[in-house]
Ligand binder design. Structure first.
Ligand SMILES: Cc1cc2nc3c(=O)[nH]c(=O)nc-3n(C[C@H](O)[C@H](O)[C@H](O)COP(=O)(O)OP(=O)(O)OC[C@H]3O[C@@H](n4cnc5c(N)ncnc54)[C@H](O)[C@@H]3O)c2cc1C
Length: 136
């Protein structure tokens, strides 16, 4: 869903090679939505559901084609370099930011929770998270 914010920042994302650009489709319907005021669920894109079924059949040709019973959609939190930020806020040091998990945040939840807790408690970290530092 293209909004003004994406127009301002979107170009940063197009330098990232890992984003599968052939899978992108742009919806102009919500261009003027005020994202700060209205929480919003994106519309389900049936083209992508069809593509997912097709790809599944290509990968598993011996399996019966899938029937979709229910579908849902949401936005995926993504930063331009595809890496998350796990760091103290640059100004408000008692806030720790953990965001931008590029569609893998559920799996990473326990590890990230431990890191955030250790950062807040000034404990030594058991992982090197230099790459996840906040950068301007
Ligand atoms: C379709 C889809 C499929 C996915 N599949 C997987 C998967 O298979 N495996 C996997 O590991 N991950 C998956 N993910 C990614 C995973 O869901 C996210 O990475 C993870 O939920 C991010 O967690 P978070 O706590 O950073 O953010 P969120 O879960 O987005 O939590 C942020 C919270 O902050 C709240 N919030 C926002 N603004 C405000 C405000 N101003 N004031 C108060 N509250 C606010 C929101 O309501 C929300 O509850 C998927 C995501 C999507 C959309």
């Amino acid at each position: 869903d293209l909004t003004w914010r994406y127009i301002l920042h979107g170009k940063k994302y197009f330098t990232e090679k890992k984003i599968p650009k052939h899978d992108l489709s742009i919806n102009f319907k919500h261009l003027f939505r005020n994202e700060e005021k209205t929480e919003f669920m994106p519309e389900i894109n049936n083209i992508h559901i069809h593509l997912a079924k097709k790809r599944f059949s290509e990968i598993f040709p011996d399996v019966e084609p899938l029937t979709v019973k229910r579908s849902w959609s949401e936005y995926i939190d993504f930063l331009p370099d595809s890496l998350p930020i796990i760091d103290r806020h640059p100004i408000f040091k008692n806030i720790v930011i953990a965001t931008g998990f590029s569609g893998s945040g559920l799996a990473l939840g326990p590890a990230v929770g431990k890191l955030v807790s250790d950062i807040l408690n000034n404990k030594p970290l058991n992982l090197d998270i230099t790459k996840f530092k906040y950068r301007k």
